[in-house]
Design a protein around this ligand. Structure first.
Ligand code: HEM
Length: 155
């Protein structure tokens, strides 16, 4: 009972987390990029990201705890960084990447938006949009490979 329960909690957490990343990437970013005023764009971006970051911290914690418990309870740790363990390896890489971004979030924001007279808003949002697509792609790849391998698919 414990393993199915952990998988269910893990997957629901991933749904909320990556669903949120997808919403910001696919809906909010194009909206921000189409805004006329750069001040409004920066305010909307910071409002959305600050609010989502609070949720994301909880998702990273729950996904990490349930993920590591599953890894050891199912004895899958020996598959990490092997062909048979591509799914869980990608999960771990995606999770570690988000953890780093969240840990250094304040420093990244102050670098990107700290000197308003020095940056070109459109260029910054184009780069941030591309970064979100990269993170979303990595996450979806982890979901795809995890489900594929978890249900008998081979690589
Ligand atoms: C510390 C990080 C993580 C660890 C150690 C971890 C580990 C695991 C393990 C051991 C399973 C069960 C695999 C199986 O049934 O064969 C699992 C399931 C799953 N994980 Fe993770 N995970 C982590 C983070 C993530 C992340 C970041 C994502 C998505 C971006 C993700 C998506 C999934 C999905 C979709 C499943 C269900 C697969 C199925 O259909 O059975 N996990 N995870």
């Amino acid at each position: 009972m414990l393993i199915p329960l952990l998988i269910a909690v893990h997957v629901v957490t991933i749904l909320l987390w990556i669903g949120g990343v997808a919403f910001v990437t696919i809906i909010i970013f194009p909206l921000i990029q189409r805004m006329g005023s750069s001040f409004d764009a920066v305010m909307l971006f910071q409002g959305v990201e600050h609010r989502f970051a609070r949720h994301a911290r909880m998702y990273v914690a729950v996904a990490g705890i349930t993920g590591f418990l599953l890894l050891f309870l199912m004895g899958l740790q020996r598959l990490l960084f092997t062909k048979e363990g591509i799914g869980i390896t990608l999960m771990l890489i995606a999770w570690a990447f988000y953890l780093l971004v969240l840990l250094f979030e304040k420093r990244i924001f102050s670098k990107v938006f700290g000197n308003p007279e020095k940056f070109e808003t459109k260029q910054v949002f184009r780069a941030l949009g591309a970064f979100h697509w990269f993170v979303l792609g990595l996450s979806l790849l982890a979901v795809f490979a995890g489900v594929w391998q978890g249900h008998g698919g081979g690589f």
